[in-house]
Design a protein. Structure first.
Lengths: 634, 673
């Protein structure tokens, strides 16, 4: 009899789970119910807005015939550099990239950077933007970095280099320009189109006259006259203290640069190039710290000497670096983005963000002698296609790569994805998913080294994420998790890390793309940019802005991880009360009710939910089994 | 709370078979014990809280899921047959066309769920518009050539079928579908998916289906819509008994609408099809009642609790409800309790020439409320009064309903739209710094900003708050409540016959509604309403009807957005709304046409292609529409029935004063013309 009952229970359970449970629209809160509360420390992290793009004012130099004055800062914040202050006067200088090509009478056309100096308020722990007077007489809090009057306009300032040695800053001019029309925004390809400088159709760089390079540091370039557009797409060093550009690094070559690092011995610069093919480049200084003379090299994984020198005394070769890299058969990657270095080990990491179907983009270069990175060859084999140059080859998710200067080997630090042949619903979908990593840095938390990874999604076709989390799914109110560009931490001591090892930092505002993650040298804060906010976040979170996440010094590795919850039969939620996440004892369907007993939302197949957006108060959660528990939102 | 009971009907037959060798008494005792055992179990499972129709609902979901996966498999087979036939030289053109229609019909069976689950893949690979696009999220302009069923539709129904190209496209389509199909195998549907996908498809059928949008070659719009509607009906019928128990009227209305829809679509003639009747009798009851049925069954819905704003309001019952589109979503402004004071402040700023460099121009100079917020000029006068700005002044009424702003779609945020006007040397010719400084000299402005932006002490009177206030005003300029709207949603029972004919032409033979999508009648693409389209029409520089020259304005390609730098964006302009068009002459981005008759004439000839402008990438079909004079006049009657602007025709009588600048106090509300 017992076995009979057991059998029927099993069968009934099976069919009950098969059936789609419908949660009643209203419930009665149990009258004599005493909630079980598991108190857990809340997150120590908090936000502070530092700099709002397009709204805060920057101090400008005399530009285009206008006197020095002020202007509203540019927008589209991307990279953040940090230059520590060696005196006790302040914490240091923050440099912020503006990824634009935009006309501005006072700041200068194209993109740009804004710099400001911060100090730590020892009592509140907040950062104060301090008043400064610069050598050129400018006074104020925020300063426009003068490019137009120094090295020529800049543009599409995406990533950059923030030296771990001494805080020197370079900005990367990413989006590759192939003609004057493409900096002037009249690139229809023929000269028939009207150019109305100053009219609303022309937001581009107004001065497209030929550019004569004035760079005594680089004899091969000094005095050379080039089309204006060729003065874009370099790495550009700036002085964050005086808010002016120092030099375009003509000796590192012209590429769609995205990011880079300086090695701990101040001798090597490693550079990421956002293109397919993108090459892994470096510059080796003759004298550490002097990056005006040395050799420029490209990586070739299958050569005996893996770094091949390209003559940087030949201006033509530096202007056409891609051709040179192909000619020497360099290793090709699929859109290299930001580069970061772990000072503890000297290992260099970079994001290879991926591109859906790169085949058509690098097959030609392959036939001319460039070689595919070995992990792409292996992936192509797995997918059953001839090589990564075939049209069918796909690379949806990208990955983080690592380069060990000791062995000169490149390996995959963490693979994006995971990819499923059959797209699972959230029931079977992993909690974490890494798509198209872009921004990257290394941070020390609780004595351990972490990679800070920012996503920038390329797309959502072919079920690469569960449909609840596609734009349409999110629009339908089903979910948002993977549509959002997330900020992850990865413990660098983990060998063969997978996406399961990622730790999500869920403090960032909803719907904002996060970039520029830069820790402050005191380890207390992470500086981030919100780039293209697109929701009705409260002002200023609906703008491009730079903000600080404080409290990392109070953060322990264990407080970053979800509670270790036992999988038992009783419906349990942890922590309670909560600010942000609620974890359940098991993956299940759960409905959220307000204190009136009205159903707010049903979550299917979840073991945690984010309630950060709920007003503080009492709520109820009902499990599929009908158990009701009280949830307190702080 | 409901007391739980044991759902004996759930017991599988296998359990009873095992009783066979027992005595009857033993069987009954055991049965009672067995049933009793269910009581705590049932309680523990919470089955008692469920609705009586849970079994029916579960089986409805299961059957629809099975059918969906079966249909996906069938589509793969149909595609394979289609491709094999095309590869066979002996296959006749007629046979290819027949197979094409069969394939499309098979797609229409799964369209509602596939579009719901994988809209991005369907658009990019299966049934997207037959136009080139650029690859998203890469730092360069890579043109992706069109592929998929719509592209095939054009090719297969052209006079001479290019078999090689058809074969290539089919190969690609099959490969793309193979990947998608594989992914879809893991899809487990939920009740809400069925209902929400169905409602989405109802909107798709009306806006993209019966208008012929995705059947550019075959014209099989009505038969395909029939299949799509039938697939919805089949899915619904399985839930109908459950809905009937809970909400009999809702259920009856839905069943009737499906029945009527099928009979109206069956054997329908594309040109003669009465789309207005179809809207009122079929589409309206479905958009209204499907969410009600869902709610009656206590199935959760996207409308329950919104974390992210959505383009459409799920609570709006009809496509032509004034709040079908959510202005808040498009305006994308910061949430605030001070919305009304922000709007009022914005209205004041809109009419105040204090914003312009020369203190003479206000927004209203080019956007006059008496002219439905246009200015009646081909191109607006520039600030210095002799030259003109680049383009025709568009109406601001309903302008909020857009993904991007300006004719060249250069701006994504309504809030930043103003910055372009401020900086433009031909418009306000100033900068925000000047504007901020000026406004701070008016105690009245300062106090109004302080009130409206009290929650933002650091940015109370700033570039942001000025732009935000103006955006609140522009967002409030809405007119979706015309005589036609009222009739369309059943609030009025009488409409002029020529308006009915005009609407049916607009959405059918005249092919207006395939770019000016309902209900905003601009380029906002249904059913998601999240993307604004631009079109290449070949608008002439001057009003001549033969050997004309294209207007030199490069349009979208020069928007300044690097991603727009693709050849097919040359001469492309945003699709404006036709609402209030009777008030907004002259027309087109350059104001080349003075009357709606002339505009209709232009389209009737096939746009630029019909007047000697041959742009290879014209997106408007180059064929003549062959509309008669009477038909043209019908379409114009319909356009006139969309007028809804009078309630917005007002402006402030006085403006705030500046104690230190008596000369500024002479300025007039609305500026000096």
């Amino acid at each position: 009899m017992r076995s009979l009952l057991l059998l029927s229970i099993t069968m009934l359970l099976g069919s009950a789970l098969q059936a789609q449970l419908v949660f009643p629209g209203e419930i009665d809160a149990p009258a004599d119910y005493t909630p079980t509360r598991v108190e857990m420390p809340g997150s120590p992290l908090s936000l502070q807005v530092l700099f709002v793009g397009g709204v805060d004012m920057v101090q400008t130099t005399a530009t285009y015939g206008n006197e020095a004055g002020q202007a509203h800062a540019k927008e589209w914040h991307d990279f953040i550099g940090f230059t520590p202050d060696n005196t006790d006067e302040s914490l240091g200088w923050i440099s912020v990239n503006h990824e634009t090509i935009y006309r501005d009478d006072r700041i200068g056309d194209g993109g740009g950077m804004t710099v400001f100096r911060v100090e730590r308020d020892e009592i509140t722990g907040l950062l104060n933007v301090v008043d400064q007077t610069l050598e050129d007489g400018r006074e104020g809090k925020f300063f426009n970095v003068d490019f137009a009057n120094t090295v020529g306009e800049t543009g599409m300032n995406c990533g950059g280099i923030s030296s771990i040695v001494d805080g020197r800053i370079w900005t990367a001019e990413e989006w590759f320009r192939s003609g004057n029309a493409s900096i002037n925004n009249t690139s229809a390809g023929t000269s028939n189109y009207p150019v109305r400088v100053g009219s609303s159709t022309n937001q581009g760089v107004r001065d497209t006259a030929e550019w004569t390079i004035d760079a005594p540091d680089f004899p091969a370039f000094d005095g050379l006259t080039i089309p204006k557009y060729e003065n874009f797409n370099w790495m550009v060093e700036i002085d964050p203290r005086q808010a002016k550009a120092i030099r375009k690094q003509y000796n590192w070559g012209r590429q769609g640069f995205e990011g880079g690092v300086v090695s701990a011995d101040n001798k090597y610069i490693y550079l990421g190039v956002d293109a397919t093919p993108g090459f892994w480049l470096r510059f080796v200084a003759d004298t550490p710290g002097d990056f005006t003379s040395g050799v420029t090299q490209v990586y070739k994984h299958d050569a005996d000497e893996k770094w091949i020198t390209i003559d940087n005394q030949d201006a033509t070769k530096m202007l056409n670096l891609t051709d040179e890299a192909v000619a020497v058969g360099a290793t090709m990657y699929n859109r290299n983005e930001w580069v970061a270095i772990d000072p503890a080990t000297g290992i260099i990491y970079w994001t290879e963000t991926g591109r859906d179907n790169p085949g058509g983009r690098w097959a030609d270069e392959a036939s001319e002698g460039a070689v595919y990175a070995p992990h792409h060859v292996a992936r192509a084999m797995e997918q059953g296609v001839a090589d990564p140059g075939t049209a069918e080859y796909w690379d949806y998710y990208g990955r983080v790569l690592a380069y060990d200067p000791e062995t000169e080997e490149v390996y995959v630090a963490i693979e994006g994805g995971p990819y499923f042949e059959e797209s699972p619903m959230q029931a079977d979908y992993p909690e974490k998913h890494l798509s198209n990593p872009d921004g990257l840095n290394v941070m020390t938390i609780d004595g351990k080294q972490f990679l800070v990874i920012c996503e920038d999604l390329n797309g959502e076709t072919f079920g690469r994420m569960p449909f609840e989390n596609t734009a349409a799914g999110a629009g339908a109110g089903l979910g948002i998790r993977h549509r959002m560009c997330e900020l992850f931490l990865l413990d660098l001591s983990i060998d063969s890390a997978t996406v399961d090892d990622l730790i999500r930092l869920s403090i960032t505002p909803l719907g904002a793309e996060i970039t520029g993650a830069m820790p402050t040298p005191d380890g207390k804060s992470l500086l981030v940019n919100s780039q293209h906010p697109s929701t009705t976040n409260p002002f200023p979170y609906n703008h491009s802005l730079t903000f600080a996440i404080h409290g990392f010094d109070d953060l322990t590795v264990s407080s970053l991880l979800p509670p270790d919850v036992e999988d038992n039969d009783t419906f349990g939620i942890y922590p309670n009360p909560t600010l942000q996440q609620v974890y359940f004892n098991d993956i299940q369907d759960v409905a959220l009710y307000n204190n009136q007993g009205q159903r707010l939302r049903v979550y299917r197949n979840v073991n945690q939910i984010d309630v950060a957006h709920l007003p503080a108060g009492v709520y109820y959660l009902r499990s599929a089994k009908g158990e009701i528990v009280e949830l307190v939102k702080q | 709370m409901v007391i739980s009971y044991a759902p004996v009907g759930e017991s599988p037959a296998g359990v009873f078979l095992s009783f066979y060798p027992m005595s009857l008494l033993s069987f009954f005792i055991r049965l009672v014990l067995f049933a009793a055992g269910f009581i705590p179990l049932g309680y523990a499972l919470g089955v008692g809280h469920l609705l009586p129709s849970t079994d029916q609902m579960s089986s409805a979901l299961e059957k629809t899921s099975l059918e969906f996966h079966q249909n996906l498999d069938d589509f793969a087979v149909t595609l394979e047959n289609y491709q094999r036939a095309v590869d066979e030289l002996a296959t006749s053109s007629e046979e290819i066309r027949r197979l094409h229609l069969e394939t499309r019909a098979q797609f229409k069976e799964v369209e509602f769920l596939l579009e719901y689950a994988e809209p991005a893949s369907v658009k990019r690979y299966l049934n997207g518009a037959p136009l080139p696009k650029t690859e998203p999220s890469v730092p360069e302009v890579i043109v992706l050539e069109p592929s998929g069923l719509q592209t095939l539709d054009e090719l297969v129904f052209s006079d001479e079928i290019d078999r090689k190209e058809v074969a290539q496209l089919l190969k690609k389509l099959r490969e793309d579908y193979r990947k998608l199909h594989q992914q879809m195998r893991g899809l487990k549907l939920q009740h809400r998916h069925i209902f929400e996908a169905s409602r989405e498809e109802v909107v798709r059928i009306f806006t993209l289906g019966v208008t012929g949008f995705d059947t550019p070659g075959s014209g099989a719009a009505l038969p395909e819509s029939f299949v799509a509607l039938k697939s919805l009906q089949q899915a619904y019928l399985r839930y109908a008994p459950s809905v009937g128990e809970k909400a009999p009227t809702v259920n009856r209305d839905i069943l009737e609408a499906f029945q009527l829809g099928r009979s109206q679509l069956r054997g329908g003639n594309f040109d003669a099809f009465d789309r207005l009747r179809f809207l009122r009798e079929v589409i309206n009851p479905l958009t209204k009642n499907l969410p009600r049925a869902q709610a009656a069954l206590e199935i959760e819905s996207a409308g329950d609790f919104n974390r992210m704003p959505r383009p459409t309001n799920l609570s709006a019952p009809y496509l032509f409800s004034p709040d079908w589109l959510s202005a808040e979503y498009f305006a994308n402004l910061t949430e605030s309790t001070q919305k009304e004071s922000r709007r009022q402040l914005g209205e004041l700023l809109f009419f105040d020439p204090i914003l312009s460099g020369n203190l003479k121009q206000s927004c209203a100079n080019c956007h006059h409320p008496g002219k439905a917020f246009t200015d009646g000029l081909p191109r607006s006068l520039s600030s210095e009064g002799t030259k003109t700005v680049l383009r025709n002044s568009p109406t601001l009424i309903n302008s909020v309903y857009a993904e991007k702003y300006f004719y060249d779609l250069r701006e994504t945020f309504l809030e930043r739209q103003m910055a372009h006007v401020v900086a433009d040397k031909h418009e306000f010719a100033t900068d925000f710094l000047t504007i901020e400084q000026r406004l701070k000299e008016s105690p009245e402005y300062v106090s109004r900003f302080a009130e409206a932006y009290a929650d933002q002490p650091r940015y109370q009177l700033s570039k942001w708050s000025i732009s935000d206030a103006l955006s609140h005003y522009v967002m409030s300029l809405r007119g979706m409540n015309s005589d036609f709207d009222k009739y369309a949603r059943g609030e009025r029972e009488i409409i002029a016959e020529q308006v009915r004919r005009g609407f049916n032409l607009f959405m059918g033979k005249a092919a207006c509604g395939t770019c000016h999508f309902a209900p905003s009648f601009n380029g906002l693409v249904p059913p998601f309403y999240a993307e604004s389209e631009s079109e290449v029409l070949g608008v002439p520089a001057t009003k001549i009807w033969e050997n004309a020259t294209v207007d030199g304005d490069p349009g979208r390609i020069a928007s300044g957005r690097p991603r727009d730098e693709a050849y097919f964006h040359a001469f492309a302009f945003k699709t404006p709304t036709v609402r209030n068009a009777s008030q907004t002459a002259p027309y087109m981005h350059n104001g080349v046409y003075d009357t709606l008759e002339e505009v209709m004439d232009f389209y009737n000839r096939g746009g630029g292609a019909g007047i000697g402008i041959n742009l290879a990438h014209q997106t408007l079909p180059p064929d003549a529409l062959e509309l008669t004079t009477e038909e043209i006049s019908d379409v114009i009657s319909f356009l006139e029935s969309l007028d809804d602007f009078e309630h917005l025709n007002h402006q402030p009588e006085t403006l705030p004063t500046f104690p230190n600048h008596p000369e500024w106090n002479q300025r007039k509300p609305g500026g000096t013309h």
